[in-house]
Design a protein around this ligand. Structure first.
Ligand SMILES: Cc1cc2nc3c(=O)[nH]c(=O)nc-3n(C[C@H](O)[C@H](O)[C@H](O)COP(=O)(O)O)c2cc1C
Length: 140
């Protein structure tokens, strides 16, 4: 069974471009092996990630990510069965929102004005899901 998992978390320390690149390169390699797809966003020291794949693989990855010392307060927003993937071509799409270009910002204004705190996303999980879908559309 395919599932989708969306969570938010806070970085322990602000992540540099190099830190993020290192995290992503390892994640993409592993995700390809496990056929996990999705997207990771980073903004103001917080992460939002969607992971899609076979339930057992996604749950194993959830445990691994939860133990990662680079972040804390991992809050699961959505965990649900899906009939098909929303990010089939992305072993892990990524955007550092702090570094978006002006053109990208214009397409995403409604979302960039939101508070982007863990509290906000926890209270508005479907907004986080919409946000990820919109990023996919604008950043493709
Ligand atoms: C915010 C965040 C997102 C991550 N996403 C993934 C991911 O999608 N896939 C992955 O393999 N590792 C991801 N990681 C890294 C894992 O936590 C872990 O370091 C990696 O799976 C290697 O684990 P291993 O050395 O036990 O094999 C992420 C880490 C953080 C902090």
């Amino acid at each position: 069974m395919l599932i989708s998992l969306v969570y938010v978390s806070s970085a322990f320390h602000l992540m540099s471009e190099e830190d993020l690149l290192e995290l992503l390169q390892a994640a993409r390699k592993k995700n390809q092996e496990l056929n996990i797809t999705g997207m990771l966003l980073y903004h103001h020291g917080n992460f939002i990630q969607v992971l899609e794949g076979e339930e057992a693989d996604v749950m194993m990855m959830e445990q691994k990510i939860k133990q990662d010392v680079r972040h804390h307060t991992m809050i699961i927003l959505i965990k649900e069965p899906i009939s098909e993937r929303s990010f089939p071509d992305w072993s892990m799409g990524f955007r550092n929102i702090d570094k978006l270009s002006k053109e990208d910002r214009e397409g995403l204004n409604d979302y960039l004005d939101l508070p982007w705190t863990l509290e906000y996303w926890s209270s508005n999980p479907s907004k986080a899901q919409k946000l990820l879908a919109n990023f996919k559309a604008v950043l493709r």
